[in-house]
Design a protein. Structure first.
Length: 200
């Protein structure tokens, strides 16, 4: 089990970041434009988009176990993304065994759940264009934001040490979001938009 956060927030603003600097979990000071800060900031952005996905999926007018399952999965992912952000916000030397992190079990969970939903879909014969429903679009937006975060994490990896599971998790999550975008539009009985290279 990870250590529960020891946080008490009485005041939203502290003015400590007014100089354009912030601190990592271990206390190291970084500019807010620092690549590591950008990376976990974009993980936070991704988490917000996942929240939008949950709302839109809840509004799908079907009652099914798979719909409830997907909402449950996305809520777990929101928590896991917070753990992922903690990993990025902490230098490797400051990480300890009780700190929340992404492990192999979390990546395997994504793979297993993605496969269950993908098994209900027909194989693709073309690339997909986002659209057709709010839930489909929101999942595609989350997918593309996830890809951006992944690229930022790879860039960070070139200059600083980060846990390899950070990139693996982001890579797997973007794939899962694509599968779920296909699944939701199918259960809504709407057509997927296929890429037509000859569209005029």
């Amino acid at each position: 089990m990870y250590k529960k956060p020891q946080i008490k927030i009485n005041k939203v603003y502290t003015k400590s970041g007014d100089s354009g600097k912030t601190k990592l979990v271990g206390g190291q000071t970084r500019l807010k434009s620092d690549l590591r800060i950008e990376c976990y900031g974009e993980i936070d952005e991704l988490n917000s988009y996942i929240g939008a996905c949950i709302v839109n999926i809840k509004n799908i007018e079907i009652n099914s176990e798979m719909k409830l399952k997907l909402i449950s999965i996305l809520i777990k992912i929101q928590n896991q993304l917070f753990n992922l952000g903690t990993m990025v916000a902490t230098m490797p030397e400051n990480m300890h065994s009780k700190m929340p992190k992404i492990e192999d079990i979390h990546i395997k969970y994504l793979e297993d759940e993605m496969d269950k939903f993908n098994n209900e879909l027909i194989p693709l014969t073309s690339f997909i264009l986002p659209g057709g429903s709010k839930s489909n679009i929101s999942l595609h937006i989350a997918r593309t934001v996830c890809r951006r975060v992944e690229r930022k994490a790879v860039k960070l990896m070139l200059t600083e040490e980060i846990d390899p599971n950070i990139i693996i998790y982001l890579n797997r999550l973007s794939d899962a979001l694509f599968v779920w975008s296909r699944w939701v539009i199918n259960v809504e009985n709407k057509n997927e938009n296929y890429w037509n290279p000859n569209q005029i």
